[in-house]
Design a binder for this molecule. Sequence first.
Ligand code: HEM
Length: 181
Amino acid sequence: MKLQQDHYKAPARWLHWTVAALVLAMIPVGALMVQEGLGRSLQNSLFIFHKNTGVIVGLLVTARLLYRWRNPPPKLPQGLPLWQRRVAFWTHAFLYTLIVIMPISGYVRVRSGGFPIELLDAMGIGTLLPKSDAVANAAKSLHYAGAWALVILVAMHIGAALQHALIKRDGVFERMWPRKD
Ligand code: HEM
């Protein structure tokens, strides 16, 4: 049954799909680049992609949160069962938390490890953190745990989105899908 509801505004949809595409690229690239036995030049290229795209993701997530704060999202349709509304709320809350934690922990891991972030360095934005192996290792552990939590939540999120799009066909998926308005 098609439920009566509002949809996300264009900037929210653009930010959602751009961040989604970048995060979906960051996870496999991050997992691949730390493997042993990769050639030095491939590994360097993956690290450079990961660090610098990660900074861009951090900026986009900041923009997304600011936009969401000024433009609250449409309410979920009343017809959805309470438990599904609760799962959706907490999944989204944890997803937002993780996409904030990942760029910050990545930045801290790299900068307190004393390594470059080429994009920021080229813009003359030096490190904000002193070198510290203890801090770098703590950030590395957080980044690693966050990556696994993110994989689980992204899988839940995509599963729920597909269920709405293909099985329930209740219009919830279309709220975020590109449209002319
Ligand atoms: C949404 C953003 C991000 C996602 C989803 C992400 C994801 C990942 C994943 C899945 C790994 C592999 C973890 C492992 O198996 O050890 C990883 C590692 C890494 N990431 Fe990220 N990352 C993000 C942002 C960043 C940023 C902004 C930086 C730095 C500026 C960064 C730097 C690193 C580094 C240096 C490693 C290797 C850690 C190590 O083994 O020392 N990441 N990331």
